[in-house]
Design a protein around this ligand. Sequence first.
Ligand SMILES: Nc1nc2c(ncn2[C@@H]2O[C@H](COP(=O)(O)OP(=O)(O)O)[C@@H](O)[C@H]2O)c(=O)[nH]1
Ligand SMILES: [Mg+2]
Length: 304
Amino acid sequence: MTEPTYEVVKSGFVALVGRPNAGKSTLVNALVGSKVAITSNTPQTTRHRLRAIVDQEDAQIVFVDTPGLHKPEDALGEELNRSAMMALSDVDVACLVIDASQQIGPGDRWVAHRVAEAKAARVLILTKVDIARPEEVEKQLVVARGLAKFDEVVVCSAREAFNLDGVIAAVKSHLPDGPRYFPRDMPTDQSVVVMLAEFIRERVLHNTRDEVPHAVGVVIEDMKYSKKSDTTTIMAIIFVERESQKGIIVGKSGDMIRKIGTDARVDLERLLGTKVYLDLRVKVKKDWRRDASQIKRFGYGEGR
Ligand SMILES: Nc1nc2c(ncn2[C@@H]2O[C@H](COP(=O)(O)OP(=O)(O)O)[C@@H](O)[C@H]2O)c(=O)[nH]1
Ligand SMILES: [Mg+2]
């Protein structure tokens, strides 16, 4: 037997699944310690399957954040489900993320069945315990434990960074020996262009409601850096499905689009480490969510 030529650590892939809004993406950001995934209280916020990497001296854990599993209503929804299911088919650990503050329902049960079928260690993560009373947490744990046969059970709060170590330890104990799959200083496998588009879309989600968030897709058209002014100029297009949605996003005499731009710039500048000039436009592309080729063009589902 020869020794491997790489450093052997505990390493592997860990899927986070759960119904939309359970708190998966917020947990990923908390575990990695920087913003790699966008979050909002609009279900179906996450459209990409993204990998987020926690690197430690003796381990490298690759978390796979997935769109929430749900009953699909259009081609985009189908693609998102497919992407979440694929994430489950090929991981070392499957984590079922349950919201401690919401009653467990058919949505959670359906996802739990998928987790029970996976050939992986199973970890139950009860999150958002900061907004549930202790006796609610206890009750929720009893019901959640009954959803599948779990190897580990942990409670945590992503928002208050409570027991994130516990989550890491529970997952790590089920990882095999292996190489570091990613460079040590790489918190995510998403390209910069994908993250820029996502950070803009997040600001649209936070500033609009009802049907508008679901109708939005963002594409980065161009990006240029000027050394002289240390500024990156980004041209981005926000696509919507109807003129009325365009009106909402542009806002009265452009108020809304300006606010979205100002809000987004904070994250873009942090990501790029330069000043950012953001040129945002809104265009109507009728029914893009029903059209599989358009969904691919936006890079949603499998991503990239
Ligand atoms: N109070 C509290 N809210 C949370 C926590 N984690 C997530 N949230 C909120 O729950 C909503 C859904 O979170 P998100 O991570 O986007 O859910 P996902 O759809 O499962 O990825 C957002 O409004 C988050 O701010 C938590 O630990 N505590
Ligand atoms: Mg998410």
